[in-house]
Design a protein around this ligand. Structure first.
Ligand code: G3I
Length: 328
């Protein structure tokens, strides 16, 4: 069915990650998502630790709830994430043989795509494959140790087999700023993408998570050079987890909100000048419910102001920035 995820007026659809624990409990949360979003993604409901608590036990509950919500409100969906090094159940973290890794990856991808493929237009097939400094290159995850760098291609081929028409995405964070860590990460990511293209790996798009922050400026030249290479390789780009860490931003809420909006504008303007993303999603929609405080609580103990709506679901300048670039 045609969902609202097509975007309008040549602008990409806007969407947000949804917290599966809040969705069933808070009507204003559901109303804000239905009102502002064209598509949604589960913040944690489609991760292995949620879906496969044991090798022979599956828990589709939270993901099913979001799929039903999306269907009721004619929303498109992203699937996050078919393969990641994090949020794995203990039995999966303990995988060591190539045969077992191969089998479990293919089983999970086939089973999850079979259940949700009709609703999900775009999948994060592999999430966060590249290390952060001081490590460099491919992340030494359980999958890398069991299968080598080829695990990425294996996952994409399994996903293409299960979802022939979906947008298959390689999703990463930390590719957009001027610090050395981001420069090194762009290098490692570029090498992986070139290797995947050389193998004919069925990657359709690059997912820029875009977890921005007040203390790390956007590297316009560095990011645009990377984006131009993706475009030359025939790859699309999608913005998957946009939010702005305001931990280091000073001052009264209205100043923080202006700085957050400015950072978001700077990033989106940098990307759109090279390529129109297929979608722009924020990682949550309201400051009332964001992952941010867990790792980036503000020193002044004020609530983080990192998302388009404040804690009372009132739109902030960040939402105006999204309306400028997207079909909101
Ligand atoms: O579901 C269990 C619940 O049953 C249990 O009672 C509770 C007790 O702690 O934990 C719940 O699981 C939590 C899960 O979120 C669902 O709420 C996990 O502990 C917690 O670690 C998990 O955090 C999520 C994190 O990814 C790890 O999966 C965050 O909400 C989520 O915002 C964050 O999102 C990631 C993206 O997937 C990838 N990119 C970075 C982004 C931010 O870290």
């Amino acid at each position: 069915a045609l969902t609202r995820a097509q975007g309008a007026g040549g602008r990409p659809p806007f969407g947000a990650a949804v917290n599966q624990w809040i969705l069933p409990k808070e009507e204003p949360y559901r109303a804000a998502i239905a009102r502002h979003c064209r598509l949604v993604v589960s913040e944690s409901g489609m991760k292995w630790d949620q879906l496969r608590p044991a090798p022979d036990r599956w828990d589709f509950g939270p993901a099913d709830e979001l799929v039903e919500f999306a269907r009721q409100h004619n929303l498109g969906m992203r699937g996050h994430t078919l393969l990641w090094y994090d949020s794995l159940p203990d039995w999966a973290r303990a995988i060591s043989s190539a045969a077992q890794a191969d089998r479990e990856i293919k089983l999970t991808i086939d089973r999850v795509v079979e259940r949700y493929g009709a609703q999900v237009g775009s999948w994060d097939v592999v999430n966060e494959p590249i290390e952060d400094l001081p490590q460099r290159g491919m992340r030494e995850s359980v999958w890398y140790r069991a299968l080598g760098p080829g695990y990425v291609d294996l996952a994409f081929r399994a996903a293409r087999g299960a979802a022939p028409k979906a947008e298959l995405v390689l999703n990463e964070y930390g590719l957009e700023t001027a610090d050395e860590g981001s420069r090194v990460k762009r290098e490692g990511f570029r090498r992986l993408v070139r290797d995947l293209m050389d193998r004919g790996s069925p990657v359709d798009a690059i997912g820029l998570q875009a977890h921005l922050s007040g203390d790390r400026p956007i590297d316009r030249e560095g990011l645009q050079a990377l984006l131009r290479e993706f475009v030359e390789m025939g790859l699309k780009v999608t913005v998957t987890e946009l939010d702005v860490n305001d931990k280091m931003m000073p001052g009264p809420p209205e100043l923080i909100d202006a700085l957050v909006a400015a950072r978001a504008y700077e990033f989106l303007d940098t990307v759109f000048a090279v390529v129109r993303p297929t979608a722009v999603l924020t990682w949550g929609i309201t400051d009332r419910h964001t992952w941010m405080p867990r790792w980036n609580a503000r020193p002044d103990k004020l609530r983080n102001r990192c998302l388009p709506l404040d804690e009372n679901y009132v739109a902030k300048p960040f939402m105006s920035v999204l309306r400028h670039f997207c079909d909101v």
